[in-house]
Write a protein of this length. Structure first.
Length: 266
């Protein structure tokens, strides 16, 4: 019995050590190919503008301005056509390091056709992508999940999501003269209807997003309409998102808090 216990411990230790070594190799890859680093600081405030949460994360870029490292937990690899061919994500649970690997395959037209996901060297899921004769994505499938895409005059017009062959979400889109998506009508849970409105600035950057419930139910004092406003700096980087909401008997939106974003190049 002791012999088997010691053998099991040795095998587990060997596997863990192997994954730890791979983590060190990924960090080395990032250090050797690093050109610059962007630190992003997110601060979440409540409706009284008191700080609820502060989060720091970073992205490391190579000399081609490609992201190769996200927060030392996701590492990205590219081919000569600047396409992502592999990502490796690290998860730590206690003393064990787990590695999730996504491998990307492309067709002759350069379209993504397959993503294979492996967890600790075992294939976990496969995503399959299909396109029409215009190289437009028409279907994405993963296990019992499927998404179908339909187009009208080269614009995405409809998305239908399926779970076990049953429709779980159905969306239709409306665009403005500049090609910006301004309305999404979507239905989920068979009967819950929603409408999302989008507005943009002169640079076609999203400045307002409003979610409205068409079918209402439940507690009347629940927030049934939400509004998000987006603010940018002179470089068009997002610096703040303010959240608002209101219930059916209110005419004005009430401030619900905000998230601010700060960027530091290192």
């Amino acid at each position: 019995m002791l012999k088997w216990i010691l053998l099991s411990f040795f095998i587990i230790s060997f596997i863990s050590c192997k994954e730890d070594i791979e983590e060190l190799q990924l960090l080395k890859y990032s250090a050797e190919n690093k050109k610059y680093k962007i630190e992003i600081i997110e601060r979440e405030f409540n409706e009284s503008d008191s700080l609820n949460l502060k989060n720091r994360h970073f992205k490391i870029f190579n000399s081609q301005n490609q992201v190769i490292n996200e927060n030392n937990t996701k590492f990205l690899f590219y081919n000569d056509q600047n396409e992502i061919i592999e990502t490796k994500s690290l998860y730590h649970r206690g003393w064990k390091t787990n590695i999730l690997i996504n491998k990307y395959s492309y067709g002759e037209e350069g379209n993504l056709i397959l993503i294979t996901t492996s967890f600790n060297n075992n294939i976990d899921t496969i995503q399959i992508y299909k396109y029409n004769s215009l190289n437009q994505l028409i279907e994405k499938k993963q296990g019992d999940l499927k998404v179908q895409y339909k187009y009208n005059k080269n614009k995405l017009f409809e998305i239908v999501e399926f779970k076990d062959e049953e429709i779980s979400k159905h969306s239709k889109f409306t665009y403005d003269a500049k090609g910006n998506r301004i309305i999404e009508d979507w239905t989920f849970n068979n009967n819950q209807k929603m409408r999302t409105y989008f507005t943009y600035n002169s640079k076609s950057k999203l400045v307002n997003k409003r979610d409205s419930s068409i079918t209402t139910f439940g507690i009347t004092n629940e927030y049934v309409e939400f509004l998000s406003r987006y603010y940018y700096d002179i470089n068009d980087s997002l610096i703040a998102k303010k959240n608002f909401g209101r219930v059916l008997n209110e005419k004005e939106f009430k401030y619900r808090g905000k998230t601010s974003y700060e960027y530091n190049k290192l």
